[in-house]
Design a protein around this ligand. Sequence first.
Ligand SMILES: C[S@@+](CC[C@H](N)C(=O)[O-])C[C@H]1O[C@@H](n2cnc3c(N)ncnc32)[C@H](O)[C@@H]1O
Length: 214
Amino acid sequence: MHNFDTLAPTWDTPERAERARGVAAEIARRLPLDRSQTALEYGAGTGALSLALADQVGSILVTDASAGMIEMAERRIAEAGVAGLTARRLDLLTDPIPPDRVDLIFTLMALHHVSDVPAVLAAFHVLLRPQGHLAVIDLEPDDGAFHGHHEHGHEHEHEHDEDAPRGLDPLVLTEQLKQAGFTDVVVESIWTVTREVDGQPREFGLFLATALRP
Ligand SMILES: C[S@@+](CC[C@H](N)C(=O)[O-])C[C@H]1O[C@@H](n2cnc3c(N)ncnc32)[C@H](O)[C@@H]1O
């Protein structure tokens, strides 16, 4: 498992900031957002996506399993001076579901690190109010190169290893969303991340899946 506590202090880069702004614009294009809504971001890291959406919803609970990431998120929220954002450590695989229901949940590049996606989707379903929306933005399936595991022939060895995530298959996610009780699932490619692999720039796609909690 990645040690996100250790990565937290140097997580924010211009590329990740630009990605957060671009993804925020895509969410706003696809979902009806307004200032009466309460939201929760899951696996938020330092909270860049929540900060980019802060003025389009009423309040956001910014959550992540890593205490180091939450510490950085608190710092970023204070620096930005925005009202309505609160950061809290949360891992839905081990922690109780927070008591307050929300109108919107969004999660960026986090579910491919989660060992039990159906369990987290079930918790999202509980957390969302009826007619609430979920937005999952994640890495399209790759051969492991994004996380530095791209040796051919070793794919199966690492398939279920949290240390070697290989993106998220939107077709599998769509089925899991339906199983969890979501409807109106729509998936589209929205973003490209460029990362150096073996000294060469390589492009990795991100998809946005939106779903309704009826
Ligand atoms: C690749 S980072 C993405 C962070 C941020 N969303 C971004 O796009 O910059 C993945 C994040 O998921 C968090 N994470 C991993 N497993 C998690 C879990 N079970 N529950 C909540 N967050 C988790 C990590 O701590 C990390 O901050």
